[in-house]
Design a protein around this ligand. Sequence first.
Ligand SMILES: Nc1nc2c(c(=O)[nH]1)N[C@H]1C(S)=C(S)[C@@H](COP(=O)(O)O)O[C@H]1N2
Ligand SMILES: [Mo]
Length: 538
Amino acid sequence: MPTRRVGFTGRSCLSKDGWVSAPRGIWSAAGVLAGLAGLAVSHAATMALTLRVSPPVAVAELVVQYVPGVLAEKAIAILGHWDKPVLVLIIFLLLVACWAYAGTLAARSWWQPIIVFAVLGGIGLYAAMTRFDARAVDTLPVAAGTVTSIVVLSFLTDPLRVAHEDDARRAREDTERIPEQRRHTRRTFLVRASVVAVLAGAVGSFGERLGRRRRHVEMSRRLLKLPISDPATPAGARVDVEGISRWKTPNERFYLIHTAIAAPAIEPSEWNLRIHGMVDREVNLTYQALIDREITEDWITLNCVSNPVGGPLIGNAWWSGVRLDALLAEAGVRPGADAVLQTSWDGWTCGTPIDVLTETGRNAMLAIAMNGQPLPIDHGFPVRTIVPGLYGFVSACKWVTDIEVSRFEDFTAYWTDKGWSERAPVKIASRIESPRGGDEVPAGRVRVGGSAWAQSVGIRAVEYSLDGAGWREAELGTVPNNDTWRQWVATLHLDEGDHRLRVRAVGADGQVQTGVEQDVRPDGATGWHEVEFSATQA
Ligand SMILES: Nc1nc2c(c(=O)[nH]1)N[C@H]1C(S)=C(S)[C@@H](COP(=O)(O)O)O[C@H]1N2
Ligand SMILES: [Mo]
């Protein structure tokens, strides 16, 4: 019987009767290949989602964070600037060892290797979630990679295991057709392993290509020196209530909406804008020509039409850019034109009324910066449009490259084709940010607050109603202009028990926010925001 171990030199890892269908090395190789496939998928996911670090690099950062100072200094003394690549290499080798181990465990049981991959995934997850810039999406690459590894390992070891069991049975029955079975097993395994290797290589290199471009653009973006300012939140804009949004939304907290799966990465040198259509002279602008023009800056709140009553799809930033009225005047808008069709690098379109773009009081701009930073790639780098008073889907074209002066009746755009409105001014609205629904607050004196907006009109008052009682006026924060949200605050005296708080805004033009509830489609939600919470005795 032992003479049949032709080609299989590994130590038995299963049967008491001394049989081994595949040497340990093959099981280890299956484990390593499964691990590499998972790594390739997690890397591609990191790149496609344009996240900063892939899971092993997040782990390396975690190690750097916790490694004792003396040790770190020693490592740097020996390795110099190679310290980080060496650390990543060590992590990679440890991973390979764990994967190989998981492969050998697969010879014994189906669940033991899953534990190994789950533990590795858990470490990756912890590292991803503890990064300074961690968001929920940062968990996706690790999750995708872990699932891939587990599935691939089972796919690879399946033929090994079947043969394993067959062999054990044949050994007991003492039949003689085993070598052929082995050859078959080996062929199936090799075919599967090659398929996995090719797919993993393809996925990994696709991710790498995606990522390289993005990293390059990110570098150009960081090196830009723009003639812009970065003021702090104006005094008095922020009211004093715990748990409400910041008045100035940090870029990394600003909501993101786009139809592109991966945001386009565009070098400033590649960017070009064409203003054409119903104009006297076509205007063509390079990035340099654009930033050489006079820069306008302003606080402007950006609203998404899909924001439900009380929802989060709104943010307020300091935008820097070039006024569109001047550019359109230069092009010379022909009589009869009432709209521009904006098109982005990725082919998204929106139609914007021309009168809003040319209105002198309105600071409609081609924005190049947000909160004192060149636009983040995801928010439209290098150039996007910002129009105070209009929902984003009809105005705030990110990665804008083409502006065609036209007439509404002559075109349709991305969202209007899908049943959303052609024209969509932002509706007057207000929301409660503290307390949140379901909160428990101490009974007695409680500060509540939130924000309200009536863009390009301004907020005159915010009123609240507690437990169905009459409307009372809240105190307001200050605002630098009528295009931003305005914070409100009120002091309640709460009895123990359940409460219901409602809020509504009054515009500077006297318009009172309607309580009639309307869905976000086709031109924005209406209705009063209401929050249920309870007060308990401390
Ligand atoms: N190119 C492009 N621009 C776009 C969109 C898009 O899908 N693609 N979405 C729009 C919508 S619906 C909104 S609300 C804003 C959101 O901008 P933000 O992601 O910077 O917050 O961008 C607008 N500009
Ligand atoms: Mo939107």
